[in-house]
Write a protein that binds this ligand. Sequence first.
Ligand code: ADP
Ligand code: ZN
Ligand code: ZN
Length: 752
Amino acid sequence: MLYADIVVDISHEKLDKIFQYAIPKDMEEHIHPGKRVIIPFGKGNRNIKGYVVDITDTPSFDPQRIKAIIKADDAQVPIDSKMISLAYMIKKRYGGTINDALKTVIPVKKAVRNNTTKYIRLNADDTTLKELLEQYGKDKRMSSRCILLNALAENEVMSEEFIKNELGVSESVIKSLEKTDVIAVESKIRYRNPIKVNAQERGSIILNDDQRRIADEIISDIDDNKMNNYLIHGVTGSGKTEVYMEIINHVLQKGKQVIMLIPEISLTYQTVKRFYAKFGDRVSIMNSRLSAGERYDQYLRAKNKDIDVMIGPRSALFTPFDNLGLIVIDEEHEGSYKSEMPPRYDARQVACMLAKMSGCSVILGSASPSVEAFYAVQQGRLILKKLAQRAKGASLPQVYIEDLREELKKGNKSIFSERLDGLIKDRLSKGEQIMLFINRRGYSGFVSCRACGHIIKCPHCDVSMTYHTPDGEQYGTYKEGARLVCHYCGYEMKATSTCPKCSSKFISIFGTGTQKVEMMAARKYPGARILRMDKDTTKGKDGHAKILSAFAAGDADILIGTQMIVKGHDFPNVTLVGILAADLSLGANDFSASETTFELLLQAAGRAGRAQRPGEVVIQTYKPDHYSVINAAKMDYEAFYNREISARKLFGYPPVVGLLSVLVMGKNEADTGKFANLLAQTARQCEAADENLLILGPSEATISKINDYYRKVIYIKHADERILIHVRDCMQQLHLGSKDYNDYIVHYDILT
Ligand code: ADP
Ligand code: ZN
Ligand code: ZN
């Protein structure tokens, strides 16, 4: 008799166990690890689904009492046992339930739709096309048509999916163009290469010496079956993407597949087009805008060997390629590679696990590598490859640091330093473009009383309320009809014109948000065309893309925005970047605040002067002596890194020392405190704890209450990750072991 170890398909932490079921003889052939099965469960023998994770011939308890599998669930795409093992590894490292881990690596099945794909083909010659573009160009309502025709002018055939998702062209626009016979809609089950490579565009790129050398070195390691992992540290615009594509091409020629992770925000038409142009429809993409069904289709396409390259955010890591040959992670330093949802996995680490299982390499790339990655280089876990020059020969920008305290002394109360003001005027007169960047952490419109200092806070959260007028303004003086909104829980209340504490009328709204910058810029530079990009202006489906393409098309002189504008976009006409308050993120209560700041400044500076014209960057700051600011201005990553890593060593922070942070949340403040104490005590008494285990707290979290949940934190440090994992498991066992603790939510995060 054979027995199957099965995890049940119910995401409840209490059920996070493995159950043994007997495999009926006639099913033996069909049951294997990764198979989904229907089993009788619990006292009532409810039929539920489970995943087989292992098969043994030894029963783990009285065989008489072991129930049998009812049937195999064949509708499910068979799951690679590799993926199941990966789920187990994720659970082990990041905690949480095996179900959450399985759901992460295996997408939820949606009704499999018709597997045909629609393609749009251009049906017009160049002259007709030109006439149409001219005609539609005159009419704003026809802009979607222009987008579609322009894209088809470059690639005669494109998939409808790409056109809808990436270009944002609607079904009705496609239909109406189809009626005029300018385009034809074709359905194909499999279309080998619908995207024509534009030879002119591609032919022009020949790797420069540095790019060639790095590509060749990595390719030769791959050919020698050396499974190294690499970090490509290349300044922005140094041509990292071209290097990835060269290596990817080589891996594909060996008949293997490639996963390329890029941050969702840089998953733009521009980026994807480069890959489509080189690899045709063997490439697919994933992004959060795909529906669950569409995502599942990509999963199937990968399984069916319809595609060889998957580009997407961290979830693309779980593309079921059975002959994986390479994983590339671009912009490796990006925070979005860490999952915020359980299991809180880090895609960079999981990529290394998956690569090891698959016998392939990982390439990380960044202009400002994470401290972890560079530390891994120093420890020999990653091989460093450097690209020091910009590919197109453009020089790095000239960077100025402006001390805002000095500006104030000079009597300049505006948000623009003298230098920045002068340079803005210069660019406006030359018709060159400007980006003004404001750190998001300064994004606030909090309301306070100038008489008593009272700050209006959310009654449910330990954060200040944000002021919103009906027309969306968030600054200035009190307006009738304005509301206060909590950005954490969504709570709203009417804004009052008097202080709720002292009844004074001196209520004022503070804010240094993007709107305020926009208003000040509009006042100071009348006639300048200004675009603003932030959470409010990018709400629609393609909000981002619309603003960026308008700016790229030269529809504005100044682009004002938060973090969003500094990530990976290439605007050749931008020759000035202003960073309005560089140190707003330095005050953050977080051991990586200096790293975040440095990285933002470097990325922002990298936006200037990407093409032939040289760029200038103005960093305005209250902390002109801070090493994040100084080294970002010098664009000296290694100097920054050396300072930062010695600080981490000194204070015992990751990546030098492992850190387990435990966030405990509960509805009653005192009880939550008690439970947090109990958890800390459990950690102390865990058998893995040795004298090197350092337990700090519990103490109040930076934001001590969100959504009526009180928040306590415990920090636990140890040099050995395995000990932290063990300690976490002890705490998790206590938490999940008794009904008494059902009301608490605990998040664990191990940083190494
Ligand atoms: P990164 O990924 O490092 O920011 P990219 O690969 O996007 O850099 O390259 C920046 C720009 O330089 C792109 O427009 C790219 O097409 C161009 N480029 C890169 N390598 C070369 C090359 N060898 N010759 C000409 N242009 C190049
Ligand atoms: Zn007051
Ligand atoms: Zn709130």
